[in-house]
Design a protein around this ligand. Sequence first.
Ligand code: ZN
Ligand code: ZN
Length: 443
Amino acid sequence: QRTRGAGRWRDSSYTHPSAPFFIFSFIIPPSDMMEHGKKILMIVMDGLGDRAVKSLDYRTPLQCARKPNLDWFASNGTSGIMDVIAPGIRPGSDTSHLALLGYDPYKVYTGRGPFEAAGVGLVGKAGDVAFRCNFATVDSRFNVLDRRAGRIKEPDTTELAKALDGMNIGDIKVVVREATEHRAVLMLQGRDLSPRVSDADPHALTTVQTSRPLGPDAARTSEAVNEFVRRSYEVLNDHPVNERRASEGLLPANILLPRGAGVFPDIQPFPERYEMSASGVAGVSLIRGICRVCGLEVIEPPGCTGGMDTDMEAKTCAALKELDRKDFVLMNVKASDVTSHDGDPSRKIETIERLDGMARIIRKDMPEGTVVALMADHCTPVELGDHSGDPVPLTIYTENSIKDGTMSYDEVSCARGALGRIRGMDLMPILLDKADRAEKFGA
Ligand code: ZN
Ligand code: ZN
């Protein structure tokens, strides 16, 4: 008997070496080969986990919110808590999502640059180095006068990015794209590039920094960054857009300041690695970038902004619709992290109650036999106003889940669940198993 899901392709060519079967197994498209496994819906409620909040009588916002549908999943599923990176490590949303998708962030994450670049649609090859950048205003001695060039935005930044795009620095090719507001991304393509270089952006109103190599073999890259920054000033200072801005009394965006260098990782794309077609639904550019680098198709439903005004219902429907044609869908909802950073417990509770509306739609409309995983990518305690290293609550539901007695989706109840305490990197193997897609280890 052949095993299902991951590994079937290889198995069939081994156990059925006869030519007709081999050809037959070869012409079946991968999507048909995988139709037997269950579908997986991964719901990441950003920054959802919390700590005991004094003004809530030392309960967490999840413990205080009314959320019958999230609780239904906990009551009918199997729960646990998860250290998304490792115990006590405070994850960023980028490193956490990599781990949740099964990629070791310590191996694939060198900086935020490539994921921001991919967020605006710029996906480089393994080895390309990317940076986040600000359009800024400097004087002729490179003193920064405004780190956001008077909060410049599109279409001015579109034109200025075009003026810098396609530049060559020796044999290194330069790619520049505008991002939101005063931001842009820079990608360097060429041989022997390194992400181990310091920022040119001084992060303050002082002189532009000289990028320095922070590791062996990084001098070529830091020299390219410095050359790029110098030439960005030459190109931008007299650019017609800036002449027009000056005539309107606006600050010129006469330099581009890179920071957050990172290298595009050499990773096996998610659909190939897990033999599942996959999509990501996210309003936040950085999360879209993570999905793109990992090889997920990114869906951008209208009204899906990643802010508080995000239309959660439309987004949920889009994710469910996507699940009709894909094996795996990741959906990130940012609103819970936004209210957590704001530090307002009552607004976080309101957000959780809106998330419960999302859970109601999923409960009602999910395709039969779906594996639904509810989680946060990290805790963002309202009293801290930033991410913490606490474990996050996790519930995995599918029709034949063992009900472990957990009745509520919150930090305390999930900690008593049957999944115990796992790491983010354990999640994908568990989900593949629940979906009957895991490869058997041994005979
Ligand atoms: Zn996050
Ligand atoms: Zn956050």
